[in-house]
Design a protein around this ligand. Structure first.
Ligand SMILES: Nc1ncnc2c1ncn2[C@@H]1O[C@H](COP(=O)(O)OP(=O)(O)OP(=O)(O)O)[C@@H](O)[C@H]1O
Ligand code: SF4
Ligand SMILES: [Mg+2]
Length: 346
């Protein structure tokens, strides 16, 4: 049974960020005239809210459009269609001047702590750059504020004159976090903040993000390709597949009663490479409940018809190949886009 648009009590909170029908297609051009011959449908109609103070985790395999989504909501990319509202204000197509005040409130942390920090700049210059960009002098001066920020992320404030190469990967990511926090943002979008780090360091950085959220009242969108990293920090989780959100719910329901077969597959097994079969294979439901997700994500240039997951789904039927399942609330607060959901209410 489908429960029509019925907001759960918690949905009454005014969202910090509201995204509706968000689309990003990258044109593919050919020849001297750069004629458009197609498009990479990286993000293809996302609708979700981010509530103040929460952590929204976004997961999905490589190429599902997670980074594109992150770059759209921070307005580093221009959307092809759809709307983005921040604190009730439409920021979808704001220009440089209009975005200026929003840039303070919305910051991004990147995956690679090696390439995202300029090797020729000292840590002081890197962490202090946002003040220069915004033309702000913090109370007590930039140096003092940079040192405070370094301390806040667990680095030695005396090291502001050092260069990125003098730090370890985990420390560099802390520098990136300090830079992102310089202007006291409200929303921080972290794109795979720990996937470039040693597993032993990952938990430390995740815990730091968690502590900073409590201390500073931050709202996070944390992007990861697997469910283990964001398990402990996310309040709600959006699962993305080929440019779409296929499931969105709170962490407890997602882990206890996943409804989308793709989520179930992500939870039950780490996707395994299948070198023996170049063809896209269908996933198979194992008797022990372990599901091996086979094959690669199909190309976003020509996504499969109907449900985009049908080429890999063990539950696929004719309707899946023909009709795209809309994302809808099948249980209060649990949205899923599937014709034959798992754990569906009777
Ligand atoms: N600037 C661009 N021009 C053309 N295609 C792009 C561009 N940026 C991303 N894409 C394509 O859009 C799709 C989604 O990419 P995106 O980086 O958003 O995925 P992702 O989920 O972040 O993957 P990963 O887990 O590997 O980081 C991919 O097919 C990618 O090749
Ligand atoms: S709609 Fe069909 S193909 Fe898509 S996930 Fe659901 S069962 Fe599988
Ligand atoms: Mg990415």
């Amino acid at each position: 049974m489908t429960i029509p648009e019925q907001p759960a009590p918690s949905d009454e909170v005014v969202p910090l960020l509201k995204v509706a029908g968000l689309v990003k297609h990258f044109p593919i051009t050919k020849g001297l005239l750069r004629r458009q011959v197609g498009a990479v449908q990286a993000v293809d109609g996302l609708t979700f809210d981010v509530r103040p103070g929460e952590t929204l985790g976004v997961v999905g395999e490589s190429g599902c459009g997670k980074s594109t989504m992150g770059r759209l909501i921070t307005r580093l990319l221009e959307p092809t269609a759809g709307t983005i509202e921040f604190e009730g204000k439409d920021i979808t197509h704001l220009g440089v001047a209009g975005m200026r005040p929003i840039r303070r409130d919305v910051q991004m942390i990147f995956q690679d702590p090696y390439s995202s920090l300029n090797p020729r700049h000292t840590v002081g210059t890197i962490v202090g750059a946002p003040f220069k960009l915004q033309g702000i002098t913090p109370e007590g001066g930039v140096k003092k504020e940079v040192q405070r920020l370094l301390g806040l992320v667990g680095l030695n404030p005396e090291h502001y004159n050092r260069y990125p190469h003098e730090f370890s990967g985990g420390q560099r990511q802390r520098i990136g976090i300090a830079r992102a926090l310089a202007l006291k943002p409200k929303l921080v979008v972290a794109d795979e903040p720990v996937s470039a780090l040693d597993v032993s360091i990952q938990a430390q950085v995740v815990n730091l993000l968690d502590d900073l959220q409590d201390e500073l009242g931050l709202t996070y969108v944390i992007i990861a390709h697997d469910l283990s990293v964001i398990r402990h920090v996310s309040d709600r989780i959006a699962v993305m597949y080929l440019g779409k959100v296929v499931e969105l719910t709170d962490r407890t329901s997602l882990y206890a009663t996943p409804m989308h077969p793709y989520t179930k597959a992500l939870l039950s097994a780490v996707p395994v490479p299948d070198p023996g079969r170049r063809k896209r294979g269908a996933a198979s439901g194992g008797s022990g409940g372990r599901i091996l997700l086979k094959g690669d994500v199909p190309s976003p240039i020509a996504p499969p018809s109907g449900c985009r997951f049908h080429t890999r789904c063990w539950k696929a039927t004719e309707v899946c190949r023909q009709q795209e399942p809309p994302l809808q609330a099948l249980r209060t607060g649990h949205q899923v886009a599937c014709h034959h959901p798992e754990n569906a209410p009777a």
